[in-house]
Write a new protein. Sequence first.
Length: 88
Amino acid sequence: MEALIKQMLDGQILLSEAVGEFEKVYIQSAMARHGDHLCNTAVALGIHRNTLSKRVTEYSATPKPKKREQPARGKSGKNLKVRKKAAR
């Protein structure tokens, strides 16, 4: 364990990153041990089932790509054309 900590310190890993990664791996291992059963895993970890469910969801979520702005649509569902006013 100390050798791993030394490597992490040498690699400039922040404490928050290390704690987060440890928690993720710890929960994944506990879930595997208990056959992915949330209630049994939560009891074994000493946390509430809802807390475990939230963390599992956070770890398995993939970042969503940013949405592009959609063109304005009229009642018919067709794109509205924006007309530029002619300079006078």
